[in-house]
Design a protein around this ligand. Structure first.
Ligand code: IPE
Ligand code: IPE
Ligand code: MG
Length: 223
């Protein structure tokens, strides 16, 4: 049976969920953000150690200004509202992606939550914000060079925002693509695609996907 150490999820379908109900896209993001808590709960129950969630890509800046602003505001509210929950449940909050571009106010909230949860060991939650795999790999190359390390696979991997490879990568919302998410870490990930739009995603559906993952024959190029 396969061990699930690192689960990654591309949380897609918020806009379509809202559109179907004649709501503004923003409503989909709001409802979608509330799903995260039960997914974290599932991970801690199942003893999954790393959860990487794709929340905002380096390409999502192309969206209308009002949607981007709403998402930044929602992120700030999320960081504040989850504080107690993360502390109580042993969740270590961290981010992947280049956060240097965010407002000082947002960076302060991010750093506060990181420091408050720094010593937690039950689950590491990587929130991918202003995240793009190409950007991450490029920054890793720069870091290898700054540190004057030999350029090899292990050193480059260690300089990524997250160096643990993904075991299972789930994408909701019906599209079957990676959209620049964790390309390096997903090199041998099992992939699962769900048509469910992210705000409707539940831990019961995730449980079924995980159950299916456990019995996959992962060969890693061997026999
Ligand atoms: C995912 O949902 C959340 C973000 C990318 C911020 P979308 O906003 O992409 O929703 P759809 O794909 O348009 O339905
Ligand atoms: C990927 O979804 C990014 C996140 C889920 C944050 P997108 O909705 O941006 O991806 P594309 O544009 O459909 O590939
Ligand atoms: Mg989308």
């Amino acid at each position: 049976m396969n061990n699930l150490n690192h689960l990654a999820i591309i949380m897609d379908g918020n806009g379509r969920w809202a559109k179907k109900r004649n709501f503004l896209r923003q409503k989909g993001h709001e409802v979608g953000a509330n799903v995260v808590e039960q997914i974290c709960e599932f991970c801690t129950d199942q003893d999954i150690k790393i959860l990487s969630l794709y929340a905002f890509s380096t390409e999502n800046w192309k969206r209308p200004k009002r949607e981007v602003e709403f998402l930044m505001d929602l992120l700030k509210k999320f960081l504040i509202s989850k504080r107690e929950n993360f502390i109580k449940n042993g969740i270590k909050f961290t981010t992947i992606g280049d956060i240097s571009v965010f407002s000082n106010e947002l960076k302060d909230e991010i750093n506060l939550l990181k420091s408050l949860t720094h010593d937690n060991t039950k689950l590491k939650l990587n929130l991918a914000i202003n995240y793009g795999a190409k950007d991450e790999i490029l920054r890793a190359f720069k870091r290898v060079s700054e540190l004057k390390l030999e350029l090899n696979e292990q050193n480059l991997q260690n300089c990524l925002d997250e160096s643990e490879c993904i075991d299972l990568l789930v994408r909701t919302g019906g599209e079957q693509r990676l959209s620049n998410f964790m390309l390096w870490q997903a090199s041998y990930a099992e992939l699962a695609f769900s048509d469910t739009l992210w705000p409707d995603f539940t831990k019961d559906e995730l449980a079924k996907i995980v159950e299916n993952f456990k019995y996959k024959n992962r060969r890693f190029g061997g026999l």
